[in-house]
Design a protein around this ligand. Structure first.
Ligand SMILES: Nc1ncnc2c1ncn2[C@@H]1O[C@H](COP(=O)(O)OP(=O)(O)OP(=O)(O)O)[C@@H](O)[C@H]1O
Ligand SMILES: [Mg+2]
Length: 256
């Protein structure tokens, strides 16, 4: 790892949006508090503090995590931010809204069903699908059964109503979503939220991608809360061809 710590990333309409994030493979939900690398947990605390000050309202705060390109660390950052918020005694619900390539269940080593789509489809109750985690204030709603119409589901009135009713029980709802440069699934969620945090990974996203994504978000009047610079200096992000391979596999992998 080359650098850790706080980064200022990008300028947008003459404002700098910044969050900090440093990453260590050792930081996963399975780890005990004692094992967390100091710098990583500090970076998440900074993200948490910035979020606290970015959304000045009472009641439930709904925050979407997305990115321009696949594999930038949206899921990793959203799960760890959710944990960090829960550790500060907020009641947090984490929802896996990446209905195409869900990953939250893997972080917590549980099955992906029942989940959000099961509840929306009337197959399971919310009580059955919303799970406790090892973190006392953190609940998890996995994505659920694979569906043929993920965009429609995420744009549905049923989901809006579900989020409305969940908002009464939580201080934060964190949404993990697919990359905006690939599919527009996240847009309705973003419009129905308090804002979006864009994750940008070193050597994965280009400024052009990021610019385009920010432009698209501005066109729909989305509130961009900030950017998390997921800098790692790892070889994986730096491989030629990786970017386009990931793009195509996002849509067309056999598993989907
Ligand atoms: N800074 C980093 N250094 C090394 N590995 C990382 C870093 N950030 C994320 N990863 C790894 O990269 C992979 C992709 O991360 P993650 O699933 O969080 O990205 P994503 O943006 O949610 O991907 P997708 O677009 O497929 O949903 C994971 O294996 C994760 O552990
Ligand atoms: Mg993801």
């Amino acid at each position: 790892m080359k650098r850790k710590g706080v980064f200022v990333l990008a300028k947008n309409r003459n404002r700098y949006y910044y969050y900090s994030y440093s990453y260590s493979k050792d930081y996963a939900p399975g780890d005990s508090q004692a094992q967390l690398k100091f710098q990583v947990s500090e970076a998440y605390k900074t993200i948490r503090t910035n979020l606290l000050f970015s959304i000045l309202k009472s009641g439930c705060k709904r925050i979407v995590f997305s990115s321009a390109s696949p594999g930038e660390g949206k899921s990793t950052v959203s799960v760890n931010t959710a944990i960090s918020l829960a550790q500060a005694n907020s009641r947090v619900l984490l929802i896996d809204c990446d209905l195409r390539r869900p990953t939250m269940h893997r972080f917590f080593n549980i099955p992906n069903t029942p989940g959000l789509t099961n509840v929306l489809g009337g197959l399971n109750t919310l009580g059955e699908a919303m799970l406790d985690t090892k973190y006392p204030n953190l609940k998890l709603l996995c994505s659920g059964l694979s569906v043929p119409n993920p965009s429609e589901m995420l744009a549905s009135a049923q989901l809006r109503e579900l989020i409305e009713s969940l908002s009464e029980s939580f201080d934060y709802i964190i949404f993990d979503t697919p990359p905006l440069g690939v599919v527009s699934d996240a847009i309705p969620l973003i419009k129905n939220s308090d804002g979006v945090v864009l994750v940008v990974r070193e050597m994965v996203s280009t400024f052009t991608d990021l610019d385009k994504t920010i432009g698209n978000l501005q066109m729909v009047d989305a509130k961009i809360l900030g950017l998390v610079y997921n800098g790692s200096g790892t070889s994986r992000a730096n491989k030629g061809g990786y970017y386009h391979n990931r793009y195509s596999s996002y849509y067309y992998s056999k598993k989907d």
